[in-house]
Design a protein. Structure first.
Length: 207
């Protein structure tokens, strides 16, 4: 009989390993903007703005908002499938993060800034905390990965605080801070997932 927990973990690992491709959706969306877009000074949310003006337009806003939603599903779903190795607290925090990402895609910044902030804020709080807790959880079994997760959690937490305090429009490096709060998490979780990835043995996938 198949080892169902192991298969679930493999599927969850695939979800986490796919998530770094999110960065490509930002690049693709930004490439189509008119009026100028900066990855350093402009927020990610600006790419999802639906309205257009002479000063700025993001024609591929649906790609960005769909990305928030799709990669949010991958985060929450992957966490649930990897619940056993992640533990209940980390799983819960990552599910909250995934739901937050999904909700952000439903609330574009220029349609309702307050609702957008409410939707997005849990992501910036829950993800760094999840990395720190996961680093503590893995420090005996995988000490090098644990140290990397703790460092990543600290860096992303500091960046998230800086981004939230500065506001997404008021600081010239706000876009860089936001990405420093978000992008490293993609690779940190992919590193955790690598151990649980599907492996080919004797012509079949399994562990």
């Amino acid at each position: 009989m198949p080892d169902l927990p192991a298969r679930a973990a493999q599927l969850g690992a695939l979800a986490f390993l796919l998530r770094p491709t999110y960065i490509a959706t930002e690049v693709v969306t930004a490439a189509a903007t008119t009026g100028g877009y900066s990855f350093v000074s402009d927020s990610v949310s600006k790419l999802g703005e639906v309205g257009c003006s002479e000063a700025y337009c993001s024609p591929r806003h649906a790609v960005m908002n769909g990305s928030f939603m799709g990669y949010g599903v991958l985060l929450a779903g992957g966490a649930l499938l990897l619940a056993r190795p992640l533990g209940p607290w980390v799983t819960g925090l990552l599910v909250v993060s995934g739901v937050s990402s999904y909700a952000t895609g439903l609330a574009p910044l220029d349609q309702d800034a307050t609702l957008h902030a409410i939707a997005a804020t849990p992501l910036f709080v829950a993800q760094p905390l999840a990395l720190v807790l996961l680093g503590v959880r893995l420090r005996e079994d995988r000490p090098r990965l644990a140290r990397a997760l703790l460092a990543t959690g600290a860096v992303t937490a500091a960046a998230a605080i800086g981004f939230i305090v500065s506001g997404d429009r008021s600081f010239e490096a706000g876009g860089a801070l936001e990405r420093l709060a978000l992008w490293p998490v993609l690779f940190g979780l992919a590193g955790v997932a690598w151990e649980h990835r599907p492996r080919r043995r004797d012509g079949q996938l399994g562990r």
